[in-house]
Design a protein around this ligand. Sequence first.
Ligand SMILES: [Mn+2]
Length: 295
Amino acid sequence: MTLAGTHGLWGDLHVPHATPSQTDFTVLGIPFDGLASARTGAALAPERIRHWSRHVTPFSEDRTRLAGLTVCDAGDIPIAQPASDFPKAAEAIASLTNLPIFLGGDHSVTIPIFQGQRKRFAGQRLGVLWVDAHPDLCDHFDGSRLSHACVLRRGLEFGIEQQDVCLVGLRSWEDQEIDLIENGRMHVYTAADAAEVGMKSIAADVRKILARCDAVHVSLDIDCLDPSVAPGTGIPEFGGLSSRDVLTLIHALQGLPLAGLDVVEVAPPLDPSESTVFAALKIIMEFIAVVAKSR
Ligand SMILES: [Mn+2]
C-alpha cells in the first residue's frame, strides 16, 4: 500500500516555509495524553491526522473551494510537565494572530488553549462551543486539577462566562458536575436532546447564543460521536451523536466570529480502522470551509 498522499498537507492548503502571520490558519499539535483518566493513545493523534491530511481534497462536502485558503502547520507544542508547560503553551497561543486549529492530545490540552484564547481576546466576549460526551466540569479528578475531566471548570476560572458556553452531546456525569449543570447558566444540550428534537434545532439555538460573542472557540472531544462511528477514544460513551449531527452543528457556525478549534481525544491505537482519525480530519476540513464562508 502506498501511504504517500495525493496532496500536500491539509488538502494542499499548507504553505511550506510560511509563518502563522502569513496564513489564514495555524495548525498546532499537542501530542500529550498524560492526564487521561482511562486509556491513553491520544498523544499519537497529531501525527496520524496530519498523515491523512495529505489524502483529503481541498473541497468541503458542499463543494466549497478551499484552494486559496492557507494553512501554516507549525508542528507540535511539546508538553512534558503540564504544571509548567501548560502556562508556556498558553502564552504561545495568546500571541497567535490567525485562526488556530489544535490537534490533541487528551482534553487536558484545552486548558492552556482556553487560557491562551482568553488572553488573546481580553476584554472581549469569548464564547465556547463544547462538543463532548462529558462536561469535564470536575474541580479535581484522580488527584489533579489539570485532568481531562476538569477542563471546562478551569476555563470558567480563566474568565469564560457561563452564559457564553454551549455544551452539546453530553451523556455522562460526575457528582461534582451536577450543581453547575443543573443550577448554572451554561446552555446544555444532551445527546438525548439531539435525538429527540434534532440537531438542526439545537444548532440554531447554539448559533443564536454564540452570535452575541466577539469570538467563538470550538472544543470538540471526538467522544461526542457515538462509539459506533468513532471507537478510537479513551472513554467511548454509548448513545452519542451521529456523524451527520456533528456536521450539521459545524455548518451552523457559519457567520459567527470563529476564533479557534481544538479536536481532542482521538486515540489511534484504539481504532485500527482509523475511522476515528478520518472523522477528526473531516470535522477540521468542514470547519475550515465554514470559516471561509463566514468571511
Ligand atoms: Mn472531554
